[in-house]
Write a protein that binds this ligand. Sequence first.
Ligand code: SF4
Length: 271
Amino acid sequence: MFDRRRPARYTVGMADRKLVLSPTRIRTYLECPRLYRYVYLEKLPRYFKARASFSFGTSLHRALQEYHAAGGPQTQDAAALAGRLEQHWIGAGYNSTASEQQRAALGREILAAYHDAGAGQEGVTRFTEKTLRADMGDYFLTGRVDRIDELADGSLEVIDYKSGAHLPSPAEVADDLAIAIYQLLCVRLLARVAVKGSIIHLLSGQKVSVTRSPAALEPVAAAVDDLHARIRSEQEFARVADERCEGCDFFHRCFGRRPRGAPPAVEDVAP
Ligand code: SF4
């Protein structure tokens, strides 16, 4: 997309096509505009290092996706769910067999509790791992939702599984960018009524929710519109220079060949 011979100022090279925004892309841009440019505009390859937390979360997500696609707690039992975890277990990134086995045991415990608690269902599961994509006029907005349930009153509940240690507070869920965008996509594409957005914290089995009406989602749409305009008019895609750079795939591209762990020099921060 970019002509590498051009000087460093970019007009994004995207005037002729609509941008695609998603919670991940927006988060990436807000955290580091330069990283956004490298990944989504220049499409440079990344070298994902296996991480135990990622492997653990992905294994749980895959097991749950199949479990719900097969009927969830109404037709599946705890043993079937445990079997799916075993089938989809990803062992990459663990620093020892013992730590992997410990996490596998924890995964089985989490899923058994999840099944016993009725999978946090208040309605009927309609979709799992569903990609939603709305044409917002000047850009596309997309998101991949872990689960969408239909509630008794006909409204929808979008559900995001979290496999980390932190249990989000109601205020954090209300502030969660991905949940707000999923709700907006549901309102635009599936139903013009209130949508409940929930995070299921797998470790504790707790569900934390926020419900938004179509009117309450208008400010979300306006904020995404503003962000789209900002990215469109972006010239610099400035670098951040903080602890996030350590471990970033593009460290050398941004700051030259300096040993990892050495902070970027002040002069490096200029775009
Ligand atoms: S090294 Fe730092 S500034 Fe460069 S892309 Fe990565 S996070 Fe952004």
